[in-house]
Design a protein around this ligand. Structure first.
Ligand code: C2E
Ligand code: MG
Ligand code: MG
Ligand code: MG
Length: 296
């Protein structure tokens, strides 16, 4: 009895936790050999002006399709890559790919759009980061104002002093910066005011709260309205993430939100689908659709 008890004492580990760690290690190993453009590739999600219905920006979202395990969630493999440092090279590849693609879109459509790229704080805190951004831009002859880097609110706030100086350098370069997942990261109003940023992206969870059931709860309307008001006062652009229904779209537009993205318009798609949107005759998306898009 004593023996088995001792053994139980040693095996304090929840087996599912052990499996979880093993899985993370497997992913880290597999990710190391995942070839860019093959297993790793970029998807793009359109961002629309909510008033005119025109496509204004495109967010680049990294995808990993493993030959055996299938599609791995970005939230999972990004954190694996952040834990082992691979995110720096991976992020650099995404940035290059997005800039190359933006240049190609411009050539094909003669339209100037902004390409948004998510970046990890680990990338931004690398000493040569801003220089590498400058090099990628000039390599693809993209003007700095056509690139917008997205950093999560918590990433910015956790590393405020370093971020502040990196963001200042980016501003001097002319690159835009968006604070992603806004509302989840405890910004103080004073630090937000001091940050050299150009855009805030309202986190999907708040947009979701506007949706079902109607009428939208007062707290959600007030909260999203307050963020939009804050953006206006600070003269920042504002994007609502995760719009899935016509009623969410209408409420956001009525609250004065400038831009929106979400499954209501389009899921993240291949570059060619964005090319098609940009070169189509009827450019504005239909903003009045009432039917509900099926969600995941
Ligand atoms: P994010 O930057 O906030 O990106 C938005 C996420 O919301 C994406 O998830 C997108 O597919 C999803 N989304 C967009 N519209 C809707 C909608 O209407 N409904 C729902 N339910 N979801 C919607 P995804 O692609 O799984 O990416 C998750 C996160 O992974 C991103 O969140 C971003 O933080 C990170 N990520 C993705 N690509 C990169 C990258 O290249 N570098 C870095 N550092 N992070 C990345
Ligand atoms: Mg983002
Ligand atoms: Mg987000
Ligand atoms: Mg929703």
């Amino acid at each position: 009895a004593v023996k088995s008890h001792a053994r139980n004492g040693v095996r304090r580990f929840d087996p599912s936790l052990e499996e979880e760690i093993e899985w993370q290690q497997t992913l880290a190993r597999e990710l190391h050999f995942a070839p860019p453009r093959d297993q790793l590739y970029a998807a793009y999600q359109p961002i629309y002006d909510l008033n005119s219905g025109t496509l204004q920006k495109v967010e680049t979202l990294l995808r990993w399709t493993h030959p055996v395990f299938g599609d791995i969630e970005p939230s999972i493999f990004i954190s694996v890559a952040e834990a082992n440092g691979q995110i720096v090279a991976m992020g650099r590849w995404v940035l290059e790919e997005a800039c190359r693609q933006a240049c190609e879109w411009q050539r094909l459509s003669r339209r100037t759009i902004v390409v948004c790229v998510n970046v990890s704080p680990l990338q931004v805190m690398q000493p040569g980061f801003v220089l590498s951004v400058r090099q990628v831009l000039s390599q693809h002859r993209l003007s700095p104002g056509q690139l917008e880097l997205e950093l999560t609110e918590s990433a910015v706030m956790r590393n405020l002093p370093v971020m502040q100086s990196a963001l200042l350098e980016l501003r001097q370069l002319g690159v835009k910066v968006a604070v992603d997942d806004f509302g989840t990261g405890y910004s103080s109003l004073s630090s937000l005011k001091e940050l050299p940023i150009s855009c805030i992206k309202i986190d999907r969870s708040f947009v979701n709260d506007l949706g079902t059931p109607l009428p939208a709860p007062q707290y959600a309307l007030a909260l999203v309205g307050a963020v939009i008001g804050l953006a206006r006062i600070l003269e920042l652009e504002v994007v609502a993430e995760g719009i899935e229904t016509a009623s969410e779209q209408r409420l956001l537009r009525d609250l004065g939100c400038q831009f929106g993205q979400g499954y209501f318009y389009s899921r993240p798609v291949a570059a060619a689908a964005i090319t098609a949107l940009l070169t189509a005759r009827s450019v504005p998306v239909q903003l009045g659709r009432e039917e509900r898009q099926p969600s995941e």
